[in-house]
Every structure is written in structure tokens, then in C-alpha cells.
Write a protein that binds this ligand. Sequence first.
Ligand SMILES: Nc1ncnc2c1ncn2[C@@H]1O[C@H](COP(=O)(O)OP(=O)(O)O)[C@@H](O)[C@H]1O
Ligand SMILES: [Mg+2]
Length: 234
Amino acid sequence: MNKSKITIKNISKIFISDEMETHALRDINLTIDHGDYLSISGPSGCGKSTLLSLLGLLDQPTSGQYFIENKDVSQLTLSQAAEIRSKKIGFVFQQFNLIDEISVFDNIALPLKYNPQVFTKTEVKARVMNCLKKVGLDHRTYHKPNQLSGGQQQRVAIARALVADPAILLVDEPTGNLDSKNGDIVMELLEQLNRAGTTICMVTHDPRYAAMAHRQINLLDGEIIETQIIKEEI
Ligand SMILES: Nc1ncnc2c1ncn2[C@@H]1O[C@H](COP(=O)(O)OP(=O)(O)O)[C@@H](O)[C@H]1O
Ligand SMILES: [Mg+2]
């Protein structure tokens, strides 16, 4: 039995527009195990976000195979992809993408509404409060996102990504909109969540943050040019 949560084999992605072909990813092989923390770095345009989109089932590879917990998810229909995404994937982006008109609580509860699993009101409350505690914001439950600092908003976005208990948290430049103090707080939170068992795959420009992962890969022109083991897995 393969213990990997995520395996991609010989994945390539070619974008075709106006007769122009962009080889965004070339023959990528990667495994992400339970409890792993992987960082992806490389210059702008090297394919980092494309790789994260494929891992998050937001797009499909041109060729190659993708397995989540041994299930082949390489060629799903849009609705199959949406279902697996809502059950298995948590996303955190540079922009927090919170809804300012509703409370922190309701923002975090939102993914449960669109989840194929039905949650009772009590279960929703328990999950939201548990995630708010994990990110240290249970005293801000009924604030609106725009009443919080940028760092706090990103922590709410992390709580929202965790609420459906995903197999993996995919994080794209989480500190891009934050000053260095709040960036550090968000990165410490991700490290703490990983120590508590959350599997994380994160894109970052910042070498300091990349080195907080267990494993670091560097991309150039759509290829993995270097893999560094930073910490042995526990
Ligand atoms: N939807 C798209 N259509 C065409 N080209 C794209 C698309 N998305 C990304 N690309 C191209 O693929 C390459 C990799 O992009 P991306 O993954 O966004 O890089 P990164 O996140 O490392 O900056 C770039 O050359 C980019 O212009
Ligand atoms: Mg990007």
C-alpha cells in the first residue's frame, strides 16, 4: 500500500493561445506524504501557480497522471473535480478572498455549505470554532473581515481552508500581501499546523519561508531543477 497522499507522475502542462505554445510544466514527478510540508520556489513564470492549480484540481494536465490517496484524478469531469476539491483540498492565496459583508464565522463556514457532505448546525459551529482556535482568532468570531488586520484576514482564510478537514492545504504566496511581521506570524501558524498533522504544499518567493518546509523544490522553466531535504520527517 502506497502511503503517499499525493503522487504526480510525468505531468506536463502546455497552454495554447493564439497559436503560441507555453510549456508551463515539463515532466514533473512528485510525491507528498501524510504530514509532509513541501515548499515550491523559483522565478516568476516558472510554473509554480500552474503546478498548484493542477494539484488543486483547478486545471488538468496536458499529459501525465495524478493520484490523491491512490485514486486516479487525472481525467475527471468538472463536477467530479469540484466534489473531490471540496472534500480533499484547502486553498490559501495571496489575496485573502474573504467576503466583507459576512462575519468571520460565516466566511469560515462557507465551504461546508458547498460540501457534498451535509453538516448539522451544531457540527458547523464546532468545526468553525475549532478552526478559529487553531488560528488564534476565536475572539474575532463575529467581526467582519475588513475590521481585521491583513495578517488576521489571512489567518481567517487559513481557518476557512481547514474547515472541511482537507487531505492537503495548498498555499500560494501567503505572505505576498503582508508586511514582514504579519508574514512571519502566518508562516509560524503554518509551521504549527503542520506539526499538528496538516499536510502542506506552499509556493513562496522568500527563501527564509521556503526553508521552513521539510522539503524544498526549485522550478525553472517548468522543470524541477533541485530538491532539498530540509528536515527529516518525523
Ligand atoms: N491560463 C494560461 N494561459 C496561457 N499561459 C499561461 C496560463 N497560465 C500560466 N501561463 C503561462 O505559464 C507559465 C507559468 O505560469 P505560472 O504557473 O503562473 O508561473 P509562476 O506562478 O511561477 O509565476 C508562464 O509562462 C505563464 O505565462
Ligand atoms: Mg504564481
